[in-house]
Design a protein. Structure first.
Length: 572
């Protein structure tokens, strides 16, 4: 990569919404002018401008939405190793326009075979601090490569090697790091020698504009381009397992060999004229997204106004109810019975809606009555997200993660792979909050090969049998409410997609009992009104890094990446 190419990349990566973008083809970098938020043929939105452009280049080569999603996901794994990567897992929603069908792929991480329910407790039954967050015991069996390959095997159009190649080139040639990259490496104190060697200059963080290369990861991705199964049964698997063995981790070759992604039935519901489909358990995202949409569906939110205290109060109380149910009923459906049909039923929403006092917050709200749910069942700061829509209006909404920043803070020696700390998403002990403050019960207890509960909410929305919107977000426990508000902003408040993603957010997750409000998101009078109703207001900095693509009435595409991050929408 020559000096002028590097200079161009630095310029692109330093901007959030610009007209100059890069197209990466091997080491060739070209500049061209396009509109980032509108396109006719196809579009990619992601958390990093280089990743978006790599996905777009695949679409231009004749690839479909799945091809572009795979390439973009792998590029994010290179460009944002602190947020997501091939050492983690995720969920993919795929919309086939010709069939008007939406499919859900679960490639979430799973607990190792040697995992036990009390593995993070000491002899007195108390939680050992940070044991589920830092180090080798925090790692669950990764699923990203298996998931990407499965989606591509079933629905991809271009050769596998073609969609993997750009990420290999990106890891080899490197890229100028952004302020976000520097902040992430500065805040993460690496104890793992391999991670420190890769992500710092002898302990000092890379500074914005410096070129960051990952030769070990490039070698790993090159092997995956030839044979993706090498991650689970070949040299890559052996390297991961050897590193685990030396450092007393739990993952074995048997864990990797047994890993399989799972096609699941999406959870869907109607909201006004729209059909909303999202990820089913082991994600709680789809269930509670639809549950909250049901809770507010009969209210004329548009007339009330976008930031009216009455609508905000209703939204907050709906969030409180949904997250109370999440803590009690949600878990891996392969291990526990989850009352999905009951939780998303309009009848249940009507019952719970009657419990909401329009003038007073309800801090003592409880999960839904098990007997009622059984009856209704019988009647019927990290992670990354990307969205892709191709020329045929097939769409992918994909959220993947390594959980917290740089996952468990470790890299499998010689591979360049940052390993997740997804075990923290289990309920490691009753009523013990995880890193995001979420609590859980027996439904989400640790068990061998079990999938930890997630909040990831990749979502596809159709209207009249055609694609309307693809949306999702990172952000731990705030993911579901971020996606909810993005959808309401488009479907109810009729914002364009850029406004919808940029708009201020609120978040309530039942416990702790506080209503999170983005700083400068609400005016003082509105905050005072909510406080009078009993809400404990907590004003905090920005959260989430959502992105979305919307199909306009004229059939064109409109996309946006969150101004809170550094991502872009790239289309043609």
């Amino acid at each position: 990569m020559n000096a002028s190419s590097v200079a161009l990349l630095m310029k692109v990566c330093s901007l959030v919404a610009v007209s100059l973008v890069v197209v990466i083809d091997a080491s060739l970098v070209k500049a061209q002018t396009i509109y980032l938020d509108r396109a006719q043929q196809g579009m990619v939105t992601s958390a990093h401008p280089i990743a978006s452009e790599i996905g777009l280049s695949i679409l231009k080569q004749g690839g479909n939405a799945i091809d572009a999603a795979v390439a973009t996901t792998l590029a994010i794994s290179v460009a944002e190793p602190f947020s997501a990567g091939i050492g983690g897992g995720g969920f993919l929603m795929f919309y086939q326009a010709q069939k008007n069908e939406t499919k859900a792929l679960d490639f979430r991480e799973r607990a190792p075979l040697k995992a036990t329910q009390n593995m993070y407790l000491d002899a007195q039954g108390k939680v050992r601090p940070n044991s589920s967050i830092n180090g080798y015991l925090a790692v669950a069996t990764p699923g990203t490569i298996a998931g990407l390959y499965e989606a591509h095997r079933q629905y991809g159009k271009l050769p596998w090697k073609t969609v993997v190649a750009p990420s290999v080139n990106l890891a080899q040639s490197g890229f100028p790091v952004s302020h976000r990259f520097t902040e992430a490496t500065t805040s993460r104190k690496f104890q793992n020698a391999e991670a420190q060697k890769i992500f710092t200059h002898q302990g000092k963080p890379y500074q914005p504009g410096e070129i960051f290369k990952q030769p070990d990861l490039a070698t790993t991705l090159s092997a995956i381009a030839v044979d993706p199964n090498s991650f689970y049964q070949g040299k890559i698997a052996t390297a991961i397992v050897n590193d685990m063995r030396v450092n007393k981790g739990l993952i074995t070759l048997e864990d990797l060999k047994q890993y399989r992604p799972i096609w699941r039935t999406p959870v869907c519901g109607d909201f006004r004229q729209a059909r909303v489909c999202s990820m089913p358990p082991p994600s709680s995202g789809g269930v509670h997204l639809i549950q909250m949409l049901n809770l507010v569906s009969d209210t004329d939110l548009k007339t009330m106004g976008w930031r009216n205290p009455d609508s905000l109060h209703l939204l907050a109380e709906s969030m409180r109810i949904a997250y109370a149910d999440r803590a009690t009923y949600l878990g891996d459906p392969d291990f526990v019975k989850v009352p999905v049909s009951a939780l998303i039923s309009p009848a249940y929403a009507k019952l719970r809606r009657s419990e909401i006092n329009p003038k007073k917050a309800a801090p003592s709200v409880k999960p839904g009555d098990p007997a009622v749910l059984q009856k209704l069942s019988k009647e019927s700061t990290e992670t990354s997200h990307l969205t892709v829509v191709d020329r045929d209006r097939n769409a992918v909404s994909l959220t993947f993660t390594i959980n917290l920043g740089f996952g468990a803070g470790i890299v499998a020696k010689g591979t360049g792979i940052v390993l997740n700390n997804e075990m923290d998403d289990f309920a490691i002990a009753p009523n013990t909050p995880n890193a995001f403050g979420l609590v859980g019960g027996q439904a989400n207890a640790i068990a061998p090969r079990k999938t930890p509960l997630s909040s990831m909410t990749p979502t596809i929305i159709t209207e009249n049998g055609k694609l309307r919107m693809a949306v999702g977000a990172p952000g731990g426990s705030t993911i579901i409410t971020t996606v909810l508000q993005s959808i309401l902003n488009v479907l109810v408040y009729e914002m364009d997609v850029r406004q919808a993603i940029a708009a201020p957010r609120i978040h309530h997750q039942w416990q702790p009992d506080r209503l999170n409000v983005e700083q400068r998101g609400l005016d003082p009078l509105t905050i005072s009104d909510l406080q009078r109703r009993g809400h404990q207001i907590y004003q905090r900095g920005n959260w989430g890094n959502a992105n979305a693509i919307v199909v306009r009435p004229d059939g064109g595409l409109e996309g946006a990446a969150d101004p809170r991050g550094e991502g872009t929408a790239a289309g043609y």
